[in-house]
Write a protein that binds this ligand. Sequence first.
Ligand SMILES: *[C@@H]1O[C@H](CO)[C@@H](O)[C@H](O)[C@H]1NC(C)=O
Ligand SMILES: *[C@@H]1O[C@H](CO)[C@@H](O)[C@H](O)[C@H]1NC(C)=O
Ligand SMILES: *[C@@H]1O[C@H](CO)[C@@H](O)[C@H](O)[C@H]1NC(C)=O
Ligand SMILES: *[C@@H]1O[C@H](CO)[C@@H](O)[C@H](O)[C@H]1NC(C)=O
Ligand SMILES: *[C@@H]1O[C@H](CO)[C@@H](O)[C@H](O)[C@H]1NC(C)=O
Ligand SMILES: *[C@@H]1O[C@H](CO)[C@@H](O)[C@H](O)[C@H]1NC(C)=O
Length: 555
Amino acid sequence: MVSKIIIIIIIFQIFIFSSTKAETWIRAAYYWPEQKEFPISNINSSLFTHLICGFADINSTSYELSFSQSGEKHFSTFTETVKKKNPSVTTLLSIGGNADYSTLSSMVSYSSSRTSFIDSSIEEARRYGFQGIDFWWSFPRTSNDMDNIDLLFKEWQEAITVEATNSTKTKLILTAVVNYFPKVGSQNYPVDSIQKYLDWVHVQNGAYFLPNYWPNFTAAPMALYNPNSTVNNTDYGIRLWIDAGLSPKKMVLILPYYGTAWTLKNPNENGIGAPANGQAQASGLAYKEIKTYIDRYKAKVTFDATYVVNYLTMGTSWIAFDDVETIQHKVSYAKEKGLLGYFVWQVAYDDNNWVLSKTAAQGGHEIIFPPPEDNRNGQKKQPYRLLVIVLPIIAAVILLLGFVIYIYYRWMRKNKSKDVYSFGVLLLQIISGKRVSILYGENDHLSLLEYAYELWKDGKGMEFMDPSLDDTYSPCRLIRCLHIALLCVQEMPIDRPSMLEVSWMLRNEATNLMIPKKPALSKETDHEVVQKESSTSNSEIRSDIDTTVSDLEAR
Ligand SMILES: *[C@@H]1O[C@H](CO)[C@@H](O)[C@H](O)[C@H]1NC(C)=O
Ligand SMILES: *[C@@H]1O[C@H](CO)[C@@H](O)[C@H](O)[C@H]1NC(C)=O
Ligand SMILES: *[C@@H]1O[C@H](CO)[C@@H](O)[C@H](O)[C@H]1NC(C)=O
Ligand SMILES: *[C@@H]1O[C@H](CO)[C@@H](O)[C@H](O)[C@H]1NC(C)=O
Ligand SMILES: *[C@@H]1O[C@H](CO)[C@@H](O)[C@H](O)[C@H]1NC(C)=O
Ligand SMILES: *[C@@H]1O[C@H](CO)[C@@H](O)[C@H](O)[C@H]1NC(C)=O
């Protein structure tokens, strides 16, 4: 009985172990060496899984990568430097960024220029020790461009695969930056090609409203939701990508570490959608700059959960940005949508204490979302309050259950040899159909265990079996069961296998078995005889197995 429970627990555990494959969760960040005041060595690499160094340029005649002199120095030291703080961080070389549209468009247009570009990208990535390549083209515009990047991604992935095989190095990762929804203008991205050939895409959500073309009202430029606009929000874009056929596991969500500033018409009217007079600053303020304003002017920061955005007012300036709450919500959103992770634009903009990156790295499990439908009505309903209470209770129960199983399992292990013994006896009883003792030979009254052992030793194991067991096509299984049972009932507890090993031996017929020593409760102690005789019987079993295997194959 106890043994059965152990078996069930073992099977349960094996199932659990095999089903909890490590989930990938990408915490990526861009670094752009143009920010000279932020050296690479300042990056806190331990907060990220991937660091992406931008941007290599493209030569407009050769279509090979080109680096400025200062850029070259950054690229060549990047990987080595960031790995000092986190050796397991993966680095990618990003190509493009501000690159000239016409250069990119003509590069993708011809097979020969694509090949020059691809070969050069792989060569440069390897030369500088990067583990992946990222392609940032914002954005292809024509249907030809889209058709050509379709080809580019295919050829790029093929070249990367060949290079990895040829060089025996780990294959380079291939990613790209794409628009917030699966189109640019009216041109569709080649979604199938993205799905098939890229490891993931950086979905460049954000900047739905900027003061230079949306001057008259304040707005939430990087809103997750927007009750007033079905299209100008991140959730809309992500849902469209998924509808277009891209797996959520191919997408990482942007976390913009910058804000956008408007000038208010009237400082007392300062919500989202308040009357404004265009932009207040060169729009695009790093989070760390906004933090210094907050400290200096004691500005009050508001979090709007409907749009998922923070904003503040300082005199007539109004700034919308992503503060801690917004980052938490966006990371939760990415998890809830089953996305692959997030990426930060850009690492140098975080404040000196890494507030945003630490918040993001902690994930945002605790936030439960209002679905966008509720949002659109602009009502801040709280129907999920209950979940906030119920989920921790469920989690606690699961934890407790895990603890109980753990304690039970520990206890089981302590009683291991005893239980293995019981299991062995049980198995012997089952396969022989007998319970206690047997009259054997002339006048010996042997225990079941000794009887089994004697027969097995003499290579007559099949005589032990219950004739009602159908052994016509699996004599080797029964013999194997006998063999394993004998291992379980060996005299010395130390010789007995653990239940885990037993379950392994039962499931894997190919594993070689030890030769069992005498079972417990037997009188003689003649090791030599056992060794000699068992080696012969073992070979008999082998041939048994061989014949069965060939039988099976023939069938
Ligand atoms: C870097 O990140 C780690 C992990 O969160 C943190 O423990 C450490 O304090 C950070 N370093 C700095 C300088 O903030
Ligand atoms: C671009 O490539 C051409 C041909 O290889 C070369 O002559 C030229 O100097 C390169 N331009 C730049 C800016 O590197
Ligand atoms: C593989 O490597 C060999 C030797 O370095 C080279 O000659 C060959 O062109 C490579 N093949 C491919 C497909 O890159
Ligand atoms: C902003 O207001 C000005 C003046 O009222 C108007 O001319 C302009 O069209 C408005 N801009 C937008 C984008 O609505
Ligand atoms: C989306 O935002 C743009 C400004 O960026 C605006 O002109 C347009 O009307 C908005 N669309 C909708 C449906 O709200
Ligand atoms: C949303 O739209 C309504 C009606 O079109 C308008 O009155 C309101 O000011 C808008 N709100 C925002 C935040 O833009």
